[in-house]
Design a protein around this ligand. Structure first.
Ligand code: AQP
Length: 345
Protein backbone atom coordinates (compact mmCIF):
# COMPACT_ATOMS: atom_id res chain seq x y z
CA UNK A 1 0.00 0.00 0.00
CA UNK A 2 1.54 3.28 -1.05
CA UNK A 3 1.05 6.72 0.51
CA UNK A 4 -1.06 7.59 -2.53
CA UNK A 5 -3.40 4.66 -1.82
CA UNK A 6 -3.66 5.70 1.81
CA UNK A 7 -4.52 9.27 0.91
CA UNK A 8 -7.59 7.99 -0.91
CA UNK A 9 -8.87 6.13 2.08
CA UNK A 10 -7.53 8.05 5.04
CA UNK A 11 -10.71 9.95 5.75
CA UNK A 12 -13.38 7.62 4.45
CA UNK A 13 -15.07 4.95 6.52
CA UNK A 14 -13.76 1.88 4.69
CA UNK A 15 -13.13 -1.34 6.63
CA UNK A 16 -10.02 -0.58 8.58
CA UNK A 17 -8.37 -2.48 11.42
CA UNK A 18 -6.05 -1.35 14.16
CA UNK A 19 -4.42 -3.80 16.54
CA UNK A 20 -1.35 -3.78 18.72
CA UNK A 21 1.04 -6.08 20.55
CA UNK A 22 3.23 -4.94 23.45
CA UNK A 23 7.01 -5.44 23.29
CA UNK A 24 6.93 -6.38 26.97
CA UNK A 25 8.65 -9.76 26.71
CA UNK A 26 9.01 -12.78 24.48
CA UNK A 27 5.89 -13.47 22.42
CA UNK A 28 4.12 -16.72 23.21
CA UNK A 29 1.54 -18.96 21.54
CA UNK A 30 -1.24 -17.04 23.35
CA UNK A 31 -0.22 -13.90 21.46
CA UNK A 32 0.06 -15.97 18.27
CA UNK A 33 -3.27 -17.84 18.48
CA UNK A 34 -5.20 -14.99 20.11
CA UNK A 35 -3.90 -12.21 17.88
CA UNK A 36 -1.18 -12.63 15.23
CA UNK A 37 -2.66 -15.70 13.50
CA UNK A 38 -5.94 -13.80 13.10
CA UNK A 39 -4.12 -10.74 11.74
CA UNK A 40 -2.77 -12.93 8.94
CA UNK A 41 -6.26 -13.81 7.76
CA UNK A 42 -7.69 -10.33 8.32
CA UNK A 43 -5.20 -8.69 5.95
CA UNK A 44 -7.07 -10.22 3.01
CA UNK A 45 -10.25 -8.31 3.74
CA UNK A 46 -9.24 -5.19 5.64
CA UNK A 47 -6.84 -2.29 5.44
CA UNK A 48 -4.70 -3.08 8.50
CA UNK A 49 -2.57 -1.04 10.89
CA UNK A 50 -0.52 -3.40 13.07
CA UNK A 51 1.39 -1.62 15.78
CA UNK A 52 4.06 -2.52 18.31
CA UNK A 53 2.64 -0.68 21.29
CA UNK A 54 5.74 0.36 23.19
CA UNK A 55 3.96 3.27 24.93
CA UNK A 56 1.64 0.71 26.51
CA UNK A 57 4.57 -1.51 27.45
CA UNK A 58 6.14 1.19 29.67
CA UNK A 59 3.05 1.33 31.90
CA UNK A 60 5.10 -1.26 33.78
CA UNK A 61 8.90 -1.09 34.02
CA UNK A 62 10.80 -2.05 30.85
CA UNK A 63 14.56 -2.33 30.64
CA UNK A 64 15.65 0.52 28.28
CA UNK A 65 18.49 -1.68 26.96
CA UNK A 66 15.91 -4.24 25.83
CA UNK A 67 12.91 -2.22 24.69
CA UNK A 68 14.05 -1.32 21.17
CA UNK A 69 15.19 -4.90 20.60
CA UNK A 70 11.84 -6.30 21.79
CA UNK A 71 10.05 -3.85 19.48
CA UNK A 72 12.01 -5.18 16.52
CA UNK A 73 11.28 -8.75 17.67
CA UNK A 74 7.52 -8.17 17.60
CA UNK A 75 7.78 -6.62 14.12
CA UNK A 76 9.78 -9.68 13.02
CA UNK A 77 7.09 -11.96 14.50
CA UNK A 78 4.39 -10.18 12.47
CA UNK A 79 6.31 -10.67 9.23
CA UNK A 80 7.51 -14.21 10.01
CA UNK A 81 3.91 -15.24 10.76
CA UNK A 82 2.78 -14.13 7.31
CA UNK A 83 1.79 -10.46 7.60
CA UNK A 84 2.62 -8.67 4.38
CA UNK A 85 4.62 -5.55 5.21
CA UNK A 86 3.85 -3.92 1.85
CA UNK A 87 0.12 -4.38 2.02
CA UNK A 88 -0.26 -3.44 5.69
CA UNK A 89 1.11 -0.69 7.90
CA UNK A 90 3.60 -2.05 10.49
CA UNK A 91 5.09 0.47 12.90
CA UNK A 92 5.98 1.33 16.44
CA UNK A 93 3.58 3.42 18.53
CA UNK A 94 6.11 5.80 20.10
CA UNK A 95 7.26 6.91 16.64
CA UNK A 96 3.82 8.32 15.79
CA UNK A 97 3.30 11.16 18.30
CA UNK A 98 -0.36 11.61 17.30
CA UNK A 99 -1.30 8.59 19.49
CA UNK A 100 -0.18 10.36 22.66
CA UNK A 101 -1.63 13.70 21.54
CA UNK A 102 -5.08 12.23 20.94
CA UNK A 103 -4.84 10.20 24.17
CA UNK A 104 -4.61 13.46 26.16
CA UNK A 105 -7.78 14.78 24.52
CA UNK A 106 -9.51 11.46 25.24
CA UNK A 107 -8.43 11.56 28.86
CA UNK A 108 -10.46 14.78 29.03
CA UNK A 109 -13.45 13.02 27.40
CA UNK A 110 -13.42 9.75 29.38
CA UNK A 111 -14.90 9.82 32.89
CA UNK A 112 -13.15 8.61 36.05
CA UNK A 113 -16.08 6.28 36.73
CA UNK A 114 -15.56 4.55 33.37
CA UNK A 115 -11.90 3.89 34.05
CA UNK A 116 -12.58 2.83 37.64
CA UNK A 117 -14.62 -0.05 36.28
CA UNK A 118 -11.78 -1.55 34.18
CA UNK A 119 -11.13 -5.02 35.52
CA UNK A 120 -7.70 -5.37 33.86
CA UNK A 121 -6.40 -2.45 35.95
CA UNK A 122 -7.73 -4.10 39.09
CA UNK A 123 -6.10 -7.42 38.10
CA UNK A 124 -2.76 -5.87 37.17
CA UNK A 125 -2.59 -3.42 40.08
CA UNK A 126 -3.71 -6.03 42.60
CA UNK A 127 -3.15 -4.92 46.16
CA UNK A 128 -0.49 -2.41 45.12
CA UNK A 129 -2.90 0.18 43.65
CA UNK A 130 -1.15 3.17 45.24
CA UNK A 131 2.22 2.27 43.73
CA UNK A 132 1.42 1.43 40.11
CA UNK A 133 1.91 4.02 37.37
CA UNK A 134 -0.78 6.53 36.39
CA UNK A 135 -0.27 5.17 32.86
CA UNK A 136 -1.48 1.73 33.89
CA UNK A 137 -4.74 3.33 35.03
CA UNK A 138 -5.22 5.54 31.96
CA UNK A 139 -4.02 2.85 29.51
CA UNK A 140 -7.51 2.41 27.95
CA UNK A 141 -7.64 6.08 26.86
CA UNK A 142 -4.38 5.56 24.96
CA UNK A 143 -5.83 2.39 23.45
CA UNK A 144 -8.87 4.39 22.30
CA UNK A 145 -6.53 6.93 20.68
CA UNK A 146 -4.55 4.13 18.97
CA UNK A 147 -7.71 2.90 17.31
CA UNK A 148 -9.49 6.16 16.56
CA UNK A 149 -6.50 8.13 15.28
CA UNK A 150 -6.80 5.86 12.20
CA UNK A 151 -10.62 5.95 12.20
CA UNK A 152 -10.45 2.16 12.51
CA UNK A 153 -13.82 0.50 12.08
CA UNK A 154 -12.91 -2.94 13.43
CA UNK A 155 -10.64 -4.22 16.19
CA UNK A 156 -9.69 -7.86 16.67
CA UNK A 157 -9.82 -8.44 20.42
CA UNK A 158 -9.14 -11.28 22.79
CA UNK A 159 -11.53 -11.87 25.70
CA UNK A 160 -9.27 -9.77 27.93
CA UNK A 161 -9.57 -6.66 25.76
CA UNK A 162 -13.35 -6.64 25.25
CA UNK A 163 -13.98 -4.20 28.10
CA UNK A 164 -11.33 -1.78 26.81
CA UNK A 165 -12.92 -1.76 23.38
CA UNK A 166 -16.29 -0.97 24.98
CA UNK A 167 -14.60 2.04 26.56
CA UNK A 168 -13.21 3.07 23.16
CA UNK A 169 -16.75 2.95 21.78
CA UNK A 170 -18.00 5.08 24.69
CA UNK A 171 -15.23 7.63 24.10
CA UNK A 172 -15.97 7.82 20.34
CA UNK A 173 -19.67 8.36 21.02
CA UNK A 174 -19.16 10.93 23.77
CA UNK A 175 -16.64 12.86 21.65
CA UNK A 176 -19.04 12.88 18.69
CA UNK A 177 -21.93 13.99 20.93
CA UNK A 178 -20.00 16.62 22.88
CA UNK A 179 -18.54 18.22 19.77
CA UNK A 180 -21.55 17.59 17.51
CA UNK A 181 -19.56 15.76 14.89
CA UNK A 182 -19.54 12.34 13.25
CA UNK A 183 -15.75 12.29 12.97
CA UNK A 184 -15.16 9.03 14.79
CA UNK A 185 -16.59 5.66 13.79
CA UNK A 186 -17.78 3.49 16.68
CA UNK A 187 -15.45 0.52 16.16
CA UNK A 188 -16.76 -3.03 16.16
CA UNK A 189 -14.99 -5.91 17.91
CA UNK A 190 -13.89 -8.92 15.90
CA UNK A 191 -13.86 -11.84 18.30
CA UNK A 192 -12.36 -15.15 17.34
CA UNK A 193 -13.35 -18.53 18.76
CA UNK A 194 -10.61 -21.05 19.43
CA UNK A 195 -7.44 -19.46 20.80
CA UNK A 196 -9.30 -16.39 22.12
CA UNK A 197 -7.91 -17.22 25.55
CA UNK A 198 -4.90 -19.51 25.87
CA UNK A 199 -4.18 -20.43 29.47
CA UNK A 200 -0.92 -21.05 31.35
CA UNK A 201 0.61 -24.51 30.99
CA UNK A 202 1.12 -24.52 34.78
CA UNK A 203 -2.37 -23.38 35.77
CA UNK A 204 -5.37 -23.80 33.49
CA UNK A 205 -7.27 -21.01 35.24
CA UNK A 206 -4.62 -18.32 34.58
CA UNK A 207 -4.00 -16.58 31.23
CA UNK A 208 -0.77 -17.46 29.42
CA UNK A 209 1.29 -14.30 29.81
CA UNK A 210 4.69 -12.85 28.90
CA UNK A 211 5.18 -11.62 32.43
CA UNK A 212 4.51 -14.95 34.22
CA UNK A 213 7.61 -15.75 36.27
CA UNK A 214 7.65 -19.37 35.05
CA UNK A 215 9.09 -20.10 31.60
CA UNK A 216 7.24 -23.40 31.72
CA UNK A 217 3.90 -21.57 31.80
CA UNK A 218 4.20 -20.61 28.12
CA UNK A 219 5.64 -21.62 24.76
CA UNK A 220 7.54 -18.78 23.16
CA UNK A 221 7.71 -18.18 19.42
CA UNK A 222 11.49 -18.39 19.69
CA UNK A 223 11.56 -21.68 21.63
CA UNK A 224 13.47 -24.48 19.93
CA UNK A 225 11.70 -27.68 18.91
CA UNK A 226 13.26 -29.46 21.93
CA UNK A 227 12.07 -26.77 24.33
CA UNK A 228 8.54 -27.02 22.93
CA UNK A 229 8.49 -30.80 23.39
CA UNK A 230 9.82 -30.45 26.96
CA UNK A 231 7.27 -27.81 27.93
CA UNK A 232 4.34 -29.81 26.57
CA UNK A 233 5.62 -32.95 28.30
CA UNK A 234 5.74 -31.05 31.60
CA UNK A 235 2.44 -29.20 31.10
CA UNK A 236 0.15 -29.69 34.09
CA UNK A 237 -2.66 -32.21 33.60
CA UNK A 238 -4.83 -34.27 35.95
CA UNK A 239 -4.66 -37.99 36.81
CA UNK A 240 -7.51 -39.04 34.49
CA UNK A 241 -7.62 -39.97 30.83
CA UNK A 242 -8.79 -37.27 28.39
CA UNK A 243 -12.39 -36.07 28.89
CA UNK A 244 -15.18 -38.06 27.31
CA UNK A 245 -17.21 -35.04 26.25
CA UNK A 246 -17.34 -31.21 26.35
CA UNK A 247 -19.29 -31.15 29.64
CA UNK A 248 -16.45 -33.03 31.34
CA UNK A 249 -13.80 -30.99 29.50
CA UNK A 250 -15.18 -27.69 30.83
CA UNK A 251 -14.68 -28.94 34.38
CA UNK A 252 -11.00 -29.80 33.80
CA UNK A 253 -9.19 -26.51 32.97
CA UNK A 254 -5.74 -27.95 32.17
CA UNK A 255 -7.13 -30.64 29.85
CA UNK A 256 -9.49 -28.14 28.24
CA UNK A 257 -6.65 -25.71 27.62
CA UNK A 258 -4.42 -28.27 25.89
CA UNK A 259 -7.32 -29.55 23.78
CA UNK A 260 -8.19 -25.98 22.75
CA UNK A 261 -4.59 -25.22 21.80
CA UNK A 262 -4.51 -28.35 19.67
CA UNK A 263 -7.83 -27.35 18.05
CA UNK A 264 -6.62 -23.85 17.33
CA UNK A 265 -3.37 -24.95 15.67
CA UNK A 266 -5.32 -27.41 13.52
CA UNK A 267 -8.14 -24.96 12.67
CA UNK A 268 -10.66 -27.33 14.24
CA UNK A 269 -13.29 -26.83 16.93
CA UNK A 270 -12.43 -27.92 20.48
CA UNK A 271 -15.53 -30.10 20.36
CA UNK A 272 -14.12 -32.10 17.43
CA UNK A 273 -10.79 -32.54 19.21
CA UNK A 274 -12.48 -33.66 22.44
CA UNK A 275 -14.34 -36.26 20.42
CA UNK A 276 -11.15 -37.36 18.63
CA UNK A 277 -9.20 -37.95 21.89
CA UNK A 278 -12.05 -38.96 24.26
CA UNK A 279 -10.78 -41.43 26.88
CA UNK A 280 -7.21 -41.54 25.48
CA UNK A 281 -4.01 -41.16 27.54
CA UNK A 282 -2.43 -37.73 27.95
CA UNK A 283 0.97 -39.10 26.91
CA UNK A 284 -0.08 -39.87 23.33
CA UNK A 285 -2.14 -36.67 23.02
CA UNK A 286 0.78 -34.58 24.29
CA UNK A 287 3.00 -36.09 21.60
CA UNK A 288 0.53 -35.08 18.86
CA UNK A 289 0.17 -31.64 20.45
CA UNK A 290 3.95 -31.07 20.59
CA UNK A 291 4.23 -32.19 16.94
CA UNK A 292 1.68 -29.68 15.68
CA UNK A 293 3.15 -26.81 17.72
CA UNK A 294 6.68 -27.56 16.49
CA UNK A 295 5.37 -27.81 12.95
CA UNK A 296 3.78 -24.35 13.08
CA UNK A 297 6.05 -22.43 15.49
CA UNK A 298 9.55 -23.67 14.68
CA UNK A 299 9.59 -22.14 11.14
CA UNK A 300 8.22 -18.85 12.52
CA UNK A 301 10.92 -18.71 15.21
CA UNK A 302 13.65 -19.39 12.62
CA UNK A 303 12.31 -16.75 10.22
CA UNK A 304 12.07 -14.25 13.08
CA UNK A 305 15.73 -14.77 13.87
CA UNK A 306 16.71 -14.23 10.21
CA UNK A 307 14.75 -10.96 10.14
CA UNK A 308 16.20 -9.77 13.45
CA UNK A 309 19.71 -10.43 12.13
CA UNK A 310 18.96 -8.27 9.07
CA UNK A 311 18.71 -4.95 10.93
CA UNK A 312 18.67 -2.63 7.87
CA UNK A 313 15.80 -4.61 6.31
CA UNK A 314 13.65 -4.62 9.44
CA UNK A 315 14.38 -0.98 10.24
CA UNK A 316 13.46 -0.07 6.64
CA UNK A 317 10.05 -1.73 7.04
CA UNK A 318 9.40 0.09 10.31
CA UNK A 319 10.43 3.43 8.82
CA UNK A 320 8.10 2.97 5.87
CA UNK A 321 5.27 1.96 8.23
CA UNK A 322 5.89 4.97 10.44
CA UNK A 323 5.63 7.34 7.46
CA UNK A 324 2.33 5.80 6.34
CA UNK A 325 0.93 5.83 9.88
CA UNK A 326 1.87 9.48 10.43
CA UNK A 327 0.32 10.41 7.10
CA UNK A 328 -3.10 9.13 8.20
CA UNK A 329 -2.87 9.97 11.93
CA UNK A 330 -1.85 13.55 11.25
CA UNK A 331 -4.82 14.22 8.97
CA UNK A 332 -7.23 12.80 11.57
CA UNK A 333 -5.62 14.71 14.46
CA UNK A 334 -5.77 17.93 12.49
CA UNK A 335 -9.55 17.47 12.12
CA UNK A 336 -9.81 16.73 15.87
CA UNK A 337 -7.91 19.96 16.66
CA UNK A 338 -10.37 21.93 14.49
CA UNK A 339 -13.37 20.31 16.16
CA UNK A 340 -12.00 20.89 19.69
CA UNK A 341 -11.21 24.50 18.81
CA UNK A 342 -7.43 24.60 19.23
CA UNK A 343 -5.77 27.61 17.66
CA UNK A 344 -3.38 26.70 14.86
CA UNK A 345 -1.13 29.69 15.37
N1 AQP B 1 -3.14 -15.94 26.74
C1 AQP B 1 -3.65 -15.33 25.68
N2 AQP B 1 -4.59 -15.94 24.94
C2 AQP B 1 -5.11 -15.34 23.84
N3 AQP B 1 -4.72 -14.13 23.41
C3 AQP B 1 -3.78 -13.49 24.12
N4 AQP B 1 -3.19 -12.30 23.98
C4 AQP B 1 -2.28 -12.13 24.97
N5 AQP B 1 -2.26 -13.19 25.78
C5 AQP B 1 -3.19 -14.05 25.29
C6 AQP B 1 -3.49 -11.38 22.91
O1 AQP B 1 -2.26 -10.96 22.32
C7 AQP B 1 -2.40 -9.61 21.89
C8 AQP B 1 -1.22 -8.85 22.35
O2 AQP B 1 -1.19 -8.82 23.75
P1 AQP B 1 -0.32 -7.73 24.44
O3 AQP B 1 1.08 -7.98 24.17
O4 AQP B 1 -0.79 -6.39 24.07
O5 AQP B 1 -0.59 -7.79 25.98
P2 AQP B 1 -1.25 -8.78 26.95
O6 AQP B 1 -2.63 -9.14 26.52
O7 AQP B 1 -1.15 -8.16 28.29
O8 AQP B 1 -0.31 -10.03 26.78
P3 AQP B 1 0.57 -10.74 27.84
O9 AQP B 1 1.32 -11.78 27.16
O10 AQP B 1 -0.26 -11.15 29.01
O11 AQP B 1 1.61 -9.62 28.26
P4 AQP B 1 1.97 -9.05 29.67
O12 AQP B 1 2.37 -10.22 30.48
O13 AQP B 1 3.10 -8.12 29.35
O14 AQP B 1 0.75 -8.35 30.20
C9 AQP B 1 -3.73 -9.08 22.42
O15 AQP B 1 -4.67 -9.08 21.35
C10 AQP B 1 -4.12 -10.08 23.45
O16 AQP B 1 -5.53 -10.21 23.56
Amino acid sequence: MSLKDLSKTSMNKSKRIFSGVQPSGDLHIGNYLGAIKNFVSLQKEYECFFCVVDLHAITVWQDPQQLAHKTREVTAAFIASGIDSDKNVLFSQSQVPQHAQLAWIFSCVARMGWLNRMTQFKDKAGKDKENVSVGLFSYPTLMAADILVYLATHVPVGEDQKQHLELTRDIAQKFNNDFKTDLFPVPEPLIFGEGARVMSLRDGTKKMSKSDSSDYSRIMLNDTADEIVQKIRKAKTDPHTLPANMKEAYKRPEAFNLLSIFASFNNKSTEDVVEQYAGKEFSSFKKDLADVIVDKIDPIGKEMQKLIDDKPYLDGIMKKGKEKAIYVADSVLSKVYDVVGFSKT
